[in-house]
Ligand binder design. Structure first.
Ligand code: SF4
Ligand code: SF4
Length: 129
């Protein structure tokens, strides 16, 4: 099974933030403040994409130490604060226990899932790919 990198390229493709399985979870909502800050910083980094395309593929740990990351005060999100990329080993299963497993997982429509032929779904409930 493919190892899914924790980078901006995959982060931007992940459909978890709009997935109904976690959309109404109070536990997820409680993490929103830091999460929004992280997404804002990533949005700013993406504006520099034409000049720094390499930042798009860098592992987030590496990005944090890079010139682009430092300039945008980017700090790698803590795995337990993330609301996406549950298929990545670095994130894995959500620590929220109020996710709605009756709702439909969006992974099969996600480019990361398709490109890496992940096969399984509901990584937030069952752990990384
Ligand atoms: S892993 Fe699947 S079920 Fe879980 S939040 Fe992401 S898209 Fe939804
Ligand atoms: S396969 Fe699922 S968990 Fe992984 S990036 Fe796509 S939507 Fe997110």
């Amino acid at each position: 099974m493919a190892r899914i990198k924790l980078n901006i390229s995959n982060y931007g493709k992940c459909l978890c933030p709009v997935c109904p399985v976690q959309l109404k979870s109070p536990c997820i909502a409680a993490k929103n403040e830091n999460w929004r800050e992280q997404r804002k910083a990533i949005g700013e980094i993406l504006k520099e994409y034409p000049d720094h395309p390499e930042a798009y593929q860098m592992d987030m740990e590496e990005l944090e130490k890079s010139g682009v990351g430092i300039r945008h005060h980017f700090s790698q999100p803590r795995p337990d604060e993330m609301q996406e990329l549950y298929c990545s080993e670095a994130v894995g299963k959500s620590n929220c226990d109020d996710l709605d497993e009756e709702k439909m997982c969006q992974c099969q429509d996600c480019a990361v899932w398709q490109q890496n032929r992940l096969g399984r779904t509901y990584f937030c409930l069952s752990g990384s790919a």
